[in-house]
Design a protein around this ligand. Structure first.
Ligand SMILES: *Cc1c(COP(=O)(O)O)cnc(C)c1O
Length: 377
C-alpha cells in the first residue's frame, strides 16, 4: 500500500500526495524502469501527460535542439517556438489566439480572468464533480466539496450544475454569468463524458447569456480522446479552450486558446507568466502537435476498442477510460502494480486508464490481462 502520508521516504517533501513506494529512474515508450531495475508497463502516462510515451524521439530532439540554442528570454520579446506553437494550435482549433503558461490550473486562471475582462461579469457556472486545478481560482470552480472544504473563502459567484442535466444547467445561470466552464469528459471526477445534448445546450445558453463557453481540455485535449480536441466529436465550437497535460509530453506547459471571434479582451498588462511560452517547452509541444497525425489519432480509437473488448463496461472516450470496481480502487492499483502494471484511480471505486497514445496493442493486451487478474484477485 501507499506509504503513510507523512513519510519522509526519500526526501523532505510536503505530503500532498500518497505516493506509491517506488522510485522511477528512466522510461521509454510505454515502459518505466524503477531504481530496483524492475520494469513497469505504464497505463497512467503521468496522468494523461506523456501521450507519445516516455522519451519520444520527436519532442526529445526538438527540446534538445532548443536547449542548445536558447532557454529563456521572457515575454518581453518574441521567440520562434512560442509563435510556431500558437500558429499550430490556432490551425487545429480553426482560428484562435493563445496565451501560454505552465500548468492546467494556470490555464484555468487565465480563462477565468479572460471571461471577466471580456464580459465584464464575475459569475461562473461550473459542474458538480468537475476538476479544474488546485489554485484558489481553479478550486473555486472545482465541484468537489472535499477538495474545497479546508480552503474557503473561495472566489464568489460560482454556481454548480449537474453534468448532463440541461434543466440544472439553465437553472444555474445568472444574469451576471460571464462563463460556463465544462470538461467534455470529466477526468479526475471519475471519467464521465458530457452528452452531445448537454454541450449543445451549454452552447445555446452561453449565447443567450452573452457568456463565454469555456471547455477545459487540460486532460481531454491533445489527442487523448481520439481527436486533437475532444470538442471535435461534438457538434459545437467553444469560445475558449484550456490545454495543458499532454501538450509538451511531460514538460510543464498550459495554454488558453481564445477563438478569433472572442479574442481581443486582453491588452498588455492584463495577464502574464514569466515562464509562459518557454522556448524549450514550446519546441517540444510543436513536435507533439506535429506527431499527432490523423493516423495516430485513428490508432487511439482502435486502442479504445481493444480496452472495450477486455472491459465492455469501460467509461470514457479514446484513451481516457475508467472502470468501476467493487472494492477500493487503490487496492486494484496496488494489485496491478505487483504485476508490473501501473494504473491510477479517479475516485474511491474507479480505476482510470490513460496509457500513452502510442502504446502497441500487444502492450495494451499484456497490461489489460494483468489488470483483469488484479481486479479479480
Ligand atoms: C489536471 C487537470 C487540471 C489541473 O492541471 P494542473 O497542471 O495539475 O494544474 C485542470 N483541469 C483538468 C480537466 C485537469 O485534468
Amino acid at each position: 500500500m501507499s506509504p503513510p502520508s507523512n513519510s519522509l521516504l526519500l526526501g523532505p517533501v510536503l505530503p500532498t500526495y500518497a505516493r506509491q513506494d517506488v522510485t522511477f529512474v528512466s522510461g521509454e515508450g510505454a515502459w518505466l524502469v524503477a531504481d530496483s531495475g524492475e520494469r513497469y508497463l505504464d497505463l497512467v502516462a503521468g496522468i494523461a501527460v506523456v501521450g507519445l510515451g516516455h522519451c519520444h524521439p520527436a519532442p526529445l530532439a526538438a527540446a534538445h535542439a532548443q536547449l542548445d540554442r536558447l532557454w529563456h528570454t521572457s515575454n518581453l520579446y518574441w521567440t520562434e517556438p512560442m509563435a510556431e506553437l500558437a500558429a499550430r494550435l490556432s490551425t487545429r482549433f480553426g482560428g484562435a489566439q493563445a496565451f501560454f503558461c505552465n500548468s492546467g490550473a494556470e490555464a484555468i486562471e487565465s480563462a477565468l480572468k479572460y471571461a471577466r475582462k471580456a464580459t465584464g461579469r464575475p459569475g461562473l457556472v461550473a459542474l458538480e464533480g468537475s476538476f479544474h486545478g488546485r489554485t484558489l481560482g481553479a478550486l473555486s470552480v472545482t465541484g468537489q466539496p472535499a477538495k474545497r472544504a479546508a480552503f474557503g473563502p473561495l472566489v464568489p459567484g460560482v454556481t454548480f450544475a449537474t453534468l448532463n442535466d440541461v434543466e440544472s444547467l439553465v437553472g444555474a445561470a445568472r444574469p451576471d454569468t460571464g462563463a460556463i466552464l465544462i470538461e467534455p469528459v470529466q477526468g479526475e471526477g471519475g471519467v464521465h463524458p458530457a452528452t452531445a445534448e448537454f454541450l449543445d445546450a451549454a452552447r445555446t445558453l452561453a449565447d443567450e447569456l452573452g457568456a463565454l463557453l469555456v471547455l477545459d481540455e487540460v486532460q481531454t485535449g491533445v489527442g487523448r480522446t481520439g481527436t486533437f480536441f475532444c470538442f471535435e466529436q461534438y457538434g459545437i465550437r467553444p469560445d475558449a479552450v484550456t490545454l495543458a497535460k499532454g501538450l509538451a509530453n511531460g514538460l510543464p506547459i498550459g495554454a488558453l486558446l481564445v477563438s478569433d471571434g472572442a479574442a481581443g479582451a486582453f491588452v498588455p498588462g492584463d495577464h502574464a507568466s514569466t515562464f509562459g511560452g518557454n522556448p524549450v517547452t514550446c519546441a517540444a509541444a510543436c513536435a507533439v502537435v506535429d506527431t499527432l497525425t490523423d493516423e495516430l489519432l485513428a490508432g487511439v480509437r482502435e486502442k479504445e476498442a481493444v480496452v472495450r473488448e477486455w472491459f465492455p463496461d469501460a467509461r470514457g472516450r479514446g484513451l481516457l477510460l475508467a472502470l468501476d470496481v467493487d472494492r477500493p480502487a487503490s487496492e486494484v492499483v496496488q494489485a496491478a502494480f505487483e504485476r508490473g502494471v501501473l494504473v491510477c484511480t479517479a475516485g474511491e471505486r474507479t480505476v482510470r486508464l490513460t496509457p500513452p497514445l502510442t502504446i502497441t496493442t500487444g502492450e495494451l493486451d499484456h497490461g489489460l490481462a494483468a489488470l483483469r487478474e488484479a481486479i479479480d484477485e
